[in-house]
Structure formats: C-alpha cells, structure tokens
Design a protein around this ligand. Structure first.
Ligand SMILES: NC(=O)c1ccc[n+]([C@@H]2O[C@H](COP(=O)([O-])OP(=O)(O)OC[C@H]3O[C@@H](n4cnc5c(N)ncnc54)[C@H](OP(=O)(O)O)[C@@H]3O)[C@@H](O)[C@H]2O)c1
Length: 298
C-alpha cells in the first residue's frame, strides 16, 4: 500500500465505525473519509452541536452521539447505549498541554482524557468490536515517561508537556497490552496505533499562552499538513494488511508529513512490563476490566 490515501480505503458499506473527537481536526477528516467509503460513522463528541455541524459536511451515513472522555459516567452511558457490531473503534480525541485541570474523577486532564477515558471506552465496548481498535498517539510519546508514583500529577509540580507525553506514551502501552490480551483470549480483533505527524488542527490552542497560540497559528499555516493528511495514518492502521500492535505514522520528513507507513516507537514504549502494570493500574482507576476470557500472562 505504498502511497496510501483515502482512495485506497476499501468499500466499507455495512461497517460501523466510532470516531472519538470527530467534530474537529484529524478525527473529523477520518470520519469524513470513512463515511465517504460507505461506513456508518458514529461521531462520538462532547459537544453535540459541534458534532452535528461536522456531520452536516460529511457524505454518507453519519450519526452524532455524546461522549465526554473526561467523565467516566459519560463513557459508561455511551457504551451502555451501544447495540450490535462495531467494526472499528478509533480512539482519536485528545487534549494537549492545558494548564493543570482535572476530570470529573479527579484525574489529570490529559492522562484522564487521552488514556483513561479511551481505556474505559474500549473495554466497555470490546464485546461488540469485530475488527480493529485504532488509538491515536503522537511523536510526543518520546518525551513521556510513566510515573507510577504520581500518574495524576498530585505530588510533583505539573508540567503540561510532560503530562501530554505521558498520556501519549500510555496510548502506545495500551495498544500493545490490548493486542497481547486479545491474542491470549483468541480474539481476531487487532489493536493498532497511529500518529499524524504535524497536522493543522485546534490541538495546540489549549495552553492558554498567547505566544503559543501565535506560534501555533504560524506553524499550522507554514509547516503542518492539513487535517486530511493527518488522518491518513489512522486510516492506514484501520484498514491496511498489517499485524496487531502496528504503529503507523507519516512516511515523510521526520515522520511529520507524507503518506503513511509503519513507524518505530521509543524504547520506553516497547517495555511490556510497564504496559502490563499500566493496564492493571488503569483497571483500578477506572473500575473497568478487560472483558474477554483468558489474559494469560505467559
Ligand atoms: N494535530 C497534530 O499535529 C497532532 C500530532 C500528534 C498527535 N495528535 C493527536 O491527534 C488527536 C486528534 O487531535 P487533533 O489534532 O485533531 O486536535 P483537535 O482538532 O483539537 O481535535 C481534538 C478532538 O478531541 C475532542 N476532545 C477533547 N477532549 C474531549 C473529551 N473530554 N471528550 C470527548 N472529546 C474530546 C475535541 O472536542 P472539542 O472540539 O469539543 O474540543 C476534538 O473533537 C489527539 O489525540 C492528538 O493527541 C495530533
């Protein structure tokens, strides 16, 4: 699939897809492309009006449902309302580098939204998933580390970018451990990850720093690829003939732009022991467990 683009998507008629954060940025672009390929796309968004506005500009069959990943109650309500097969779950929504903020349950916002919200959502929906789970990480995972002593920044001074890095590293550990568990349970479902490189979206406007907003506006205009380009790695991870726990990113300059391919990850992201421990802690924090049979640790 060299040079993969949206025209390489197969006919997805009859497939159902959930894209979190589908009202904006690369999630919106992915939802648009998947709907254009015939899928029934559920835009899982925290603001229904924004979701409806995005869906109105998409072809094909779309539906908008409320999901706030910063509230486990909202995640549970969304999952409880699900009926039937879910062919593809795309865990895309995210926040980057806001001032210290907490979710409804008191988790640091980025860890809570980017990782724990999607962790709970995936496990609550997993009995319905028949094909793939794709989780959107970032090159920023490389400056993250998992601090098991203080995952939620309660005891050390908050560092917004390091917290983003931790949440995006958690996305890769989540994917690896999910795939290990799916395989151990004999499931054919694949867990893959993707990152968009640098895409012009709203992501970098959460810092509440004026200089950062100006730099982001400039970077979005001069350096970034558009949201359609940024969506390609997650679409590739969703449909390409790749093994589970694949990680797709742009194949061009420093993985920041260009057609998608499978890419590497940091050494920290390859630590299976950390992935297992993070999974166990995430189950404790969310109260949501892996729902399928064996989780054989051999
Ligand atoms: N853009 C890049 O260069 C880049 C690079 C690396 C990784 N990524 C990753 O790409 C993903 C998508 O980001 P983007 O660049 O497309 O940014 P974006 O335009 O800001 O889109 C983020 C989406 O996430 C949603 N969201 C945020 N908090 C949520 C919550 N609590 N519950 C439900 N939805 C929530 C946002 O909803 P609202 O519109 O309501 O805020 C929005 O729809 C993120 O996971 C990000 O980490 C992006």
């Amino acid at each position: 699939m060299a040079g993969f683009d949206v025209t390489d998507l197969p006919d997805l008629t009859g497939r159902t897809v959930v894209v979190t954060g589908a009202n904006s940025g690369i999630g919106r672009a992915a939802a648009r492309a998947l709907a254009g390929a015939g899928a029934h796309v559920v835009l899982a968004v925290r603001d229904l009006d924004k979701g409806r506005a995005a869906a109105a500009a998409m072809p094909g069959q779309t539906e908008v449902r409320q999901l706030d990943l910063a509230s486990l109650a909202s995640v549970r309500t969304f999952a409880a309302g699900w009926e039937g097969d879910l062919h593809l779950l795309i865990n895309n929504a995210g926040v980057m580098a806001p001032p210290l903020t907490r979710t409804s349950e008191g988790f640091e916002l980025q860890f809570g939204t980017n990782h724990l919200g999607h962790f709970a959502l995936t496990n609550l929906l997993l009995d319905h998933v028949v094909d793939r789970v794709v989780t959107v990480s970032s090159s920023g995972h490389r400056f993250g580390s998992i601090d098991f002593d203080d995952l939620n920044w309660e005891h050390k001074p908050y560092r917004a970018w390091r917290a983003y890095g931790q949440s995006k590293l958690a996305n890769l550990h989540f994917t690896a451990e999910l795939q290990r568990r799916l395989s151990a349970a004999g499931s054919v479902v694949l867990a893959n990850a993707a990152h968009p490189g640098y895409a012009a979206t709203n992501l970098s406007f959460h810092t509440q720093r004026r200089w950062m907003d100006l730099a982001s506006a400039l970077g979005n205009r001069l350096l970034a690829q558009d949201e359609d380009g940024g969506a390609l790695p997650m679409l590739y991870a969703a449909v390409a003939d790749v093994p589970g726990n694949s990680y797709a990113g742009p194949g061009g300059f420093m993985e920041q732009r260009g057609a998608p391919k499978l890419v590497g990850r940091s050494n920290a992201a390859l630590d299976a022991g950390v992935a297992r421990r993070l999974w166990d802690v995430s189950e404790e924090l969310t109260g949501v467990r892996f729902p399928l049979g064996s989780t054989d640790r051999s």
